[in-house]
Design a protein around this ligand. Structure first.
Ligand code: ADP
Length: 589
């Protein structure tokens, strides 16, 4: 499967094309400005005429076609904020779009560009499945003690809580670290340290994120390129009173004028390291503070998880700055963490390698690896699309009491020549009705009175009873699909004007009537056998196995069961069924 992944920002568009886990194209457009932008495709840099995100996205199909990659199967989109509900990737449809739009106040700087990219991609590839993957999802396993701010209840009710970001990266590198260590992720307590332009640390305890340094927004936590990380919230009142700054000015400065940029005059760690090396005291403080904050979080997370098995460094700084890794790890011998300077100096990160750089005897492993968020998005997309589709709506369950379908000849025999049945009430399936008239059924053991007649008339008499009814009649009615009547027992039909002995006595096999549109939405085809869970009253639910799917135009989606089945499931009035996911849509043997 070929998956195109987009990571859109307000001033850049990164994209990657993956065939399985293999990246076959890597591109970026950035520094959008009047009349053009910078472009890099598979490492070749140049200038492009696209002045904004929309123009850049519109150029992507051309880039793919030029390189012979026009055929793609799906599109993945990175989203910064998914709020509290997106615990994993989501197949994009109108409902998902509305839910993402509703989260925009939580990520006003990030989600809008990502939404714009998603809308443009949907218009460019309207027929392809598109999937949203959220930076926040991985952290939704964090316990309340990690996500709650100790603030007034009304603020929390308005949505103020910690989320955490970089989740795709933390999840990927934690998995990669476990792989490199040859141990199950579920056995490990890992601190993942992502140090790029944005930076965060994450406590991954036995495979799940349990805390991370970014909070409600990507401002909290570590020192970043232009973001402050942790600041005393008391500072805001002080800044307002002393400097007359309003909220938006403070917020803008914390996002864009703080961090390394504020401390050392550059947001780029390479510059800061160079200046520090040439004796610049501001740059030296910036580096010390940067490392100290990261070390503090690692120590805190070791305490939070009750131990530490591995620290993983990633992101531009985490991957490339040996001296920053050294500074962060200094003084952590008390935790059993010791770095090997030779291994730390130039670890080989090509081809997504994840080398270990701890010293012999270090109880804690230290791993460096390149983050691969786009690869992780492509993987999550593939896993999502491979999963059976969730049922878009519940299936109404209708309980069929005993009834007969008659031919014109049978009506004449039972009610007299030329008799026309009276349509008493329509059934849910268009064109079907129940007649006002009733008949009786008689077998060797007994009689069933007031049996319903369903219209319209059919070419063959069919008598549908429950298993219990068939015992009352003293006949052995087989379980059959409608119309499969050969070899079925004969039973006597008794009308006001005469009797008729006819075969066609069956116990109707349970089935789902559905139309092509609903069937497609449920991922079902005519003839599929599915298992359906039905919740009855009095906690008497049941899973009905081997339920036949019958697709035909015009019908209303509805599952039909008989009275024995309804009683067994505790269904009195209406009920709804849900497809059981893992045994979904097996072809008929
Ligand atoms: P983003 O978060 O935007 O994806 P990156 O992960 O690419 O950013 O990280 C960018 C940061 O990595 C910059 O501060 C850059 O200076 C730093 N960086 C890249 N290479 C090196 C290096 N060799 N030494 C130190 N810092 C580096």
């Amino acid at each position: 499967m070929r998956v195109l992944v987009f990571n859109a920002g307000s001033s850049s568009l990164k994209f990657g094309l993956f065939d399985g886990d293999r990246q076959i194209l890597k591109g970026s457009f950035d520094r959008f400005r009047e009349g053009g932008c910078d472009v890099a495709i598979d490492g070749h840099r140049g200038r492009a005429p696209h002045g904004d995100l929309a123009a850049a996205i519109a150029a992507v199909p051309g880039v793919l076609a030029e390189r012979g990659h026009a055929a793609i199967d799906a599109v993945g989109h990175r989203f910064a904020h998914g709020g509290p509900d997106f615990t994993g990737p989501a197949l994009i449809d109108e409902t998902v779009i509305a839910a993402i739009e509703a989260q925009t106040p939580l990520a006003p700087l990030h989600n809008p560009a990502m939404l714009q990219a998603m809308h443009l991609a949907r218009s460019l590839w309207p027929d392809l499945p598109q999937v949203a993957v959220f930076d926040t999802s991985f952290h939704l396993t964090n316990p309340a003690r990690a996500t709650t701010y100790a603030v007034p209840a009304a603020w929390r009710a308005a949505g103020l809580r910690r989320y955490g970001f970089h989740g795709t990266s933390h999840k990927y590198v934690a998995h990669r670290a476990a792989e490199a260590l040859g141990r199950p992720l579920t056995d490990l307590r890992i601190v993942s340290v992502h140090l790029g332009n944005g930076a965060s640390a994450c406590a991954v305890q036995f495979g799940a994120s349990m805390d991370s340094s970014m909070g409600m927004t990507p401002l909290e936590g570590l020192v970043m390129g232009t973001r402050s990380g942790d600041v005393d919230p008391g500072a805001f009142g002080f800044l307002h009173r002393q400097l007359g700054l309003d909220i938006s000015a403070i917020e803008a400065a914390l996002y864009a004028e703080s961090g390394l940029k504020a401390l050392a005059g550059s947001s780029d760690m390479r510059d800061v390291e160079d200046r520090a090396a040439s004796g610049d005291a501001d740059a030296q403080l910036a580096i010390n503070l940067y490392a100290y904050r990261a070390r503090k979080y690692i120590g805190a997370y070791a305490a939070a998880m009750g131990g530490l098995d591995a620290v993983v460094f990633t992101g531009g700084i985490g991957e490339n700055s040996a001296s920053m890794r050294r500074r962060i790890c200094d003084g952590m011998g008390f935790l059993g963490l010791m770095l090997d300077d030779d291994l730390n100096r130039a670890p080989d990160l090509t081809d997504l390698k994840a080398p270990q750089i701890q010293a012999q005897g270090s109880r804690v492993a230290v791993i460096v690896t390149e983050t691969a968020e786009q690869l992780m998005i492509a993987r999550e997309l593939r896993e999502l699309l491979a999963r059976p589709r969730p049922l878009p709506r519940a299936i109404p369950v209708a309980v069929s009491g005993r009834h007969v379908h008659l031919t014109a000849d049978a009506v004449a025999a039972l009610f007299g020549p030329g008799y026309r049945l009276t349509e008493a009430a329509p059934l849910r399936q268009p064109g079907n009705w129940v007649a006002a008239e009733r008949i009786a059924l008689e077998g060797p053991k007994g009689r069933l009175e007031r049996v319903a007649i369903l219209g319209p008339l059919r070419p063959r008499v069919q008598i549908e009873v429950s298993r219990t009814d068939s015992f009352a009649l003293g006949l052995d009615a087989p379980v059959r699909d409608s119309g499969q009547l050969d070899g079925t027992p004969r039973v006597r039909l008794i009308g006001p004007a005469g009797v008729l002995d006819s075969d066609g006595l069956i116990v109707a096999a349970r089935h789902i009537h559905t139309n092509p549109a609903d069937a497609a939405a449920m991922g079902l085809a005519d003839g599929d056998m599915v298992d359906v869970e039905v919740q009855g009253g009095g906690s008497r639910g049941l899973v009905f196995g081997r339920t036949l799917v019958r697709v035909s135009p015009q019908v209303v989606t509805e599952m039909h069961i008989d009275t024995d089945e309804a009683n067994a499931a505790g269904i009195a009035g209406g009920a709804e069924g849900a497809l059981v996911q893992d045994v979904h849509a097996r072809p008929v043997a």
